[in-house]
Design a protein around this ligand. Structure first.
Ligand SMILES: C[S@@+](CC[C@H](N)C(=O)[O-])C[C@H]1O[C@@H](n2cnc3c(N)ncnc32)[C@H](O)[C@@H]1O
Length: 198
């Protein structure tokens, strides 16, 4: 199981949410693919940031499609139950904990509004078949490092195909777009690896 916790790399997630909201521009649903979402901390963090920025009504248009190889077959029930141990949410500010989580003692339960924005599907990125197309944002953090250079190029090309025109793509700081694929993505932020589909 990958290392994961709520509010990991918060500055990148906040920035990518800001850029996605600018790109979305009130045109229907905001469709996000969180590829390699592990146990759900990352898609739930994204959902909370989006709910805080958009408010209740516009947040109703957010659909986060979370996927993972899910080697143990446990992620679907963890994510749909939305119950996490206190250690995984310790970086979440107390006011946000109070707003979106029910304190159950040693565990915390995420509220229905946030849970309903997320669907989980078991999916192997190396099949090179996107779960669907038309995404405003694809996020794939701390996953590509598991692949060789050729697999990385193939998976990045699949992400490009899954995005809407000018859709956004984000990876972790230590990854980059290989030069062979420079024609597919344009970097749009200086300090983070956030790209726009060319
Ligand atoms: C370190 S976790 C990253 C979790 C989250 N994205 C983050 O950055 O906090 C890496 C995840 O990649 C998933 N993964 C590895 N190979 C994969 C593949 N071929 N297809 C889909 N997911 C994969 C693992 O199951 C694991 O949950």
């Amino acid at each position: 199981m990958g290392l994961t916790y709520f509010y990991r790399d918060l500055s990148t997630l906040k920035l990518v949410v800001d850029k996605t909201i600018q790109h979305y521009n009130d045109s229907g649903s905001i469709n996000i693919w969180d590829a390699g979402c592990s146990r759900g901390a990352e898609p739930y963090t994204l959902a909370i940031i989006l709910r805080e920025k958009l408010g209740k009504t516009a947040f109703g248009n957010v659909k986060i499609h979370a996927t993972d190889l899910d080697p143990t077959g446990e992620f679907e029930s963890i994510i749909s139950n939305g119950i996490y141990p206190a250690e995984e949410i310790q970086r979440v500010p107390v006011d946000i904990q109070k707003k979106y989580f029910e304190d159950q003692g040693s565990t915390y339960l995420i509220c229905d509004e946030i849970k309903e924005s997320i669907t989980f599907k078991r999916h192997n990125l190396l099949t090179l078949k996107p779960i669907k197309t038309g995404f405003n944002l694809v996020l794939c953090k701390n996953v590509l490092l598991h692949f060789n250079a050729s697999q990385r190029r193939d998976v990045l090309t699949m992400f490009h195909e899954s995005l809407l025109d000018k859709g956004l793509f984000a990876i972790e700081q230590t990854q980059s777009i290989p030069s062979l694929l420079a024609h597919l993505f344009m970097k749009i932020t200086a300090q983070t690896q956030i790209f726009q589909k060319k």
